[in-house]
Design a protein around this ligand. Structure first.
Ligand code: NAP
Length: 259
């Protein structure tokens, strides 16, 4: 268990924080003392996320922003800074994905996913940089990717390429911005139960059991597993960790390689 003051006094901005893994991260951050801004496109999702955060006693706001729009995302980040007085943690969590064999994937479908995942992450990092470098704790950027970005992902070439791009971007920024005391890391979840991603890609397509068996632990992860990694990477506990990709996948990656 983390101490309740692990993130005390810090401000976090989480894209796609209205639901799923993003909201779990936001909720953990808030319970550990951070002020939290969640951003996304869907007002209803944001409002219900905000209610949960406030019910947990968190200091939170919700901001409408499409990560594909740099100006909109920057305005939301600036608004969070105006509200809370600074920014210490950026979590690039927003993503889009759908199953489609590459031969049938339209340029528009490709562009949409790359725009949300890769371009949205770059926009977030770029818009947050000036604030993060002024963080008294040292800035922390955490982006959520997947090891399927490294292995390749048949049926999701768009998402795989975008996630691999985020890993590369993160390692570049870890070096470029290390001198500004900004740490830049990624988390690679495996299949996480009770999420939209697993429902759409595995449950709805009848691949649930197969995907479970692909992990060394033989089960899906929990949203809390990813939130725990995101707390660690955002906190002083990871003060000397940058350029790292933390794999939280129940051994799926290793099982692929070792099989
Ligand atoms: P999710 O429930 O589908 O949540 C995605 C979030 O992104 C939503 O809150 C959505 O909110 C937001 N979003 C999508 N497009 C956006 C845009 N253009 N601008 C702003 N926000 C946008 O996803 P999840 O399953 O929790 O996954 C969260 C992250 O973990 C993603 O990066 C995903 O790739 C990664 N991941 C998940 C799994 C898994 O098992 N679930 C495994 C590996 C990696 P709005 O619709 O309101 O905009």
């Amino acid at each position: 268990m983390f101490r309740v003051d692990t993130l005390k006094g810090r401000v976090a901005f989480i894209t796609g924080g209205g639901g799923g893994i993003g909201l779990e991260i936001a909720s953990c951050y808030a319970r550990l003392g951070a002020s939290v801004a969640i951003a996304g496109r869907n007002e209803e999702r944001l409002q219900s996320g905000l209610e949960r955060l406030r019910a947990d006693g968190g200091d939170a706001i919700a901001l409408r922003a499409d990560v594909r729009n740099y100006e909109e995302l920057k305005a939301a980040i600036d608004a969070a800074v105006a509200k809370f007085g600074g920014l210490d943690i950026l979590v690039n969590n927003a993503a889009g994905n759908f199953h489609c064999p590459t031969a049938e994937l339209s340029p528009n479908g490709w562009r949409t996913v790359v725009d949300i995942d890769l371009n949205g992450t770059f926009y977030g990092c770029h818009a947050a940089y000036g604030h993060l470098r002024r963080s008294r704790f040292g800035g922390s950027i955490i982006s959520i990717i997947t090891m399927l970005g490294l292995s390749g992902w048949p049926g999701a070439a768009h998402a795989a390429a975008a996630k691999a791009g985020i890993l590369s971007l993160s390692r570049t920024l870890a070096v470029e911005w290390g001198g500004d005391n900004i740490r830049v890391n990624t988390i690679s979840p495996g299949p996480i139960g009770d999420t939209e991603g697993v429902k759409r890609l595995y449950v709805d397509t009848g691949r649930e059991d197969l995907e479970r068996r692909k992990t060394a632990l033989g089960r899906f992860g929990k949203k809390q597993d990813i939130a725990n990694a995101a707390v660690f990477l955002a906190s002083d506990l990871a003060g000397y960790v940058t350029g790292e990709n933390m794999i939280v996948d129940g051994g799926r990656w290793l099982k692929y390689v070792a099989a």
